[in-house]
Design a binder for this molecule. Structure first.
Ligand SMILES: NC(=O)c1ccc[n+]([C@@H]2O[C@H](COP(=O)([O-])OP(=O)(O)OC[C@H]3O[C@@H](n4cnc5c(N)ncnc54)[C@H](O)[C@@H]3O)[C@@H](O)[C@H]2O)c1
Length: 445
């Protein structure tokens, strides 16, 4: 099939590349001309393991190309995936301006039957708005062209995006017409070989809701466990033992119950917010989701709380090594990252920070306030151990694998006397760290 994917971010680029890998002919479109220029030269806008080789291969095989012109891409496409951003607007609801702009352009150029697929995470009712926008443009042109709007939310995880796309737990398709359902089935047939039940067909609004509820459920598990960790702190209980104790219950399971210093990223925070806004729009107060969000906002300040409890509120003259800037391992994405909150708090309290991340350094340099660098509050270093030179303490914020078994002797030699570790992801064993000569603070232990 000939496909167009609009938006070449984490979702669009992975979607386009994976369909190309399955033999489809894909054009990826983005309004950001620099991104498209880079992609044409083999430079990816994001870090995602394995993606660069796959892009290069499909470009070489002429199954994948890039353009800034959606009308041009539409000339030879039957299916359009909308995979642009849906960031939170001022009131927390999803900002649909990018999605609707794409719909408008489609309406201005559509000249034969096509399926328009909402892959972006969009509030319930968006497919109807996309349809109305396209219809409006068709009417302006005096054209009658048949088309279907389908909701096909994406569940991939950054850092494991290719595997998630290639071997999905499920593919959700919200569609009303048999014609569009058949096309979606054909398109995804290669990805559902192992089990046909993986393609779940439902109403469009149900599909839109499913995506938000999936993310809100995962965020709920994290916030619940973080709340438990705070309680454990006050009761001389090690939350890590509690985690294993409950995770082994098959009704509960181990995933997403790791206590830590808060969730971030481009999805959970904004999707929980958007769901809260959707509830408000229907005069419903979502008690659980409000609490999930509030707990997470507080949890991002957890490490700073431990730090000031140890050193006092004034941190001038203190240096902190910070490991991990990305919101989670496996990505360079720093949107809503807990590291940003901790950096801000440390710097306002007068501390100096030396930070390291295996892949997010470039993003950090571009996204963090320039004055932090200029005024010497923050230094980005090229190696994890360089972050510890002369540092009073280490704050571990992202659980990248190279941080799991570091050389503690080397660390002690680099750091100031009485070194402290603030372990925001419970990566270390308190007893052995203490035996190694560190003062240790984890989350909820
Ligand atoms: N990142 C994830 O892990 C993930 C997972 C599942 C779902 N989602 C959802 O998928 C959507 C996209 O997320 P993302 O992280 O890939 O976003 P992103 O910000 O990485 O990429 C969005 C891209 O869309 C482009 N764009 C904006 N307006 C455009 C237009 N009119 N025409 C063409 N391109 C345009 C931007 O330039 C940008 O490159 C969001 O709704 C998000 O919630 C994201």
């Amino acid at each position: 099939m000939n496909l167009t994917v609009v938006g070449t971010g984490y979702v669009g680029l992975v979607t386009g590349t994976c369909f190309a890998e399955m033999g489809h002919r894909v054009t990826c479109v983005d309004v950001d001309s620099r991104k498209i220029e880079n992609l044409k030269n083999g430079v990816l806008p994001i870090y995602e393991p394995g993606l660069d080789a796959m892009v290069a291969n499909n470009v070489r095989e002429k199954r994948l190309d890039f353009t800034t012109s959606l009308p041009e891409a539409m000339e030879h496409s039957d299916v359009y995936f909308i995979a642009v951003g849906t960031p939170p607007g001022e009131d927390g609801s999803a900002d649909l301006q990018y999605v609707l702009a794409v719909a408008r352009t489609i309406g201005q150029h559509l000249d034969r039957y096509a399926v328009v697929v909402d892959k972006s995470t969009v509030p319930v009712g968006t497919a109807e708005r996309v349809r109305a926008t396209i219809m409006e443009e068709l009417q302006k042109r005096g054209r009658e062209v048949e088309f279907d709007v389908v909701s096909n939310p994406e569940f991939l995880k950054e850092g494991a995006a290719i595997n998630d796309f290639m071997k999905p737990d499920r593919i959700v398709v919200g569609a009303e017409s048999e014609r569009s359902i058949d096309i979606m089935r054909e398109l995804y047939a290669d990805f559902t070989r192992r089990s046909h039940e993986r393609l779940l067909v439902m109403g469009v609004r149900d599909a839109e809701m499913t995506k938000y509820v999936a993310n809100a459920m995962l965020a709920t598990k994290i916030s619940f466990m973080n709340e438990v960790a705070n309680l454990c702190d006050r009761m001389q209980v090690d939350v890590e033992n509690v985690r294993v104790g409950i995770g082994s219950d098959s009704r509960i399971g181990y995933s997403f119950i790791y206590p830590g210093c808060g969730y971030g990223g481009s999805c959970f925070p904004k999707d929980v917010k958007a769901l809260i806004r959707m509830a408000a729009a229907h005069d419903f107060y979502p008690r659980v989701m409000e609490a999930v969000e509030a707990r997470n906002d507080e949890q991002k300040g957890y490490l700073f709380g431990k730090i000031t409890a140890h050193y006092g509120p004034q941190l001038s003259g203190r240096t902190f090594g910070l490991w991990g800037l990305a919101f989670k391992p496996g990505t360079d994405d720093m949107r809503e990252a807990p590291s940003k909150v901790l950096l801000q708090q440390l710097i306002v309290a007068g501390a100096k920070v030396r930070a390291y991340d295996p892949v997010a350094m470039e993003v950090a340099r571009a996204e963090l306030p320039a004055e932090w660098f200029e005024q010497g509050h923050l230094t980005l270093v090229n190696h994890q151990y360089d972050a510890l030179e002369g540092a009073d303490a280490l704050a571990l914020v992202t659980e990248w694998k190279p941080f799991r078994h570091p050389d503690f002797d080397a660390m002690r030699r680099l750091m100031s006397p009485d070194p402290v570790i603030f372990d925001g992801r419970n990566q270390y064993h308190p007893e052995s760290i203490t035996a190694d000569g560190f003062i240790y603070y984890g989350v909820g232990r």
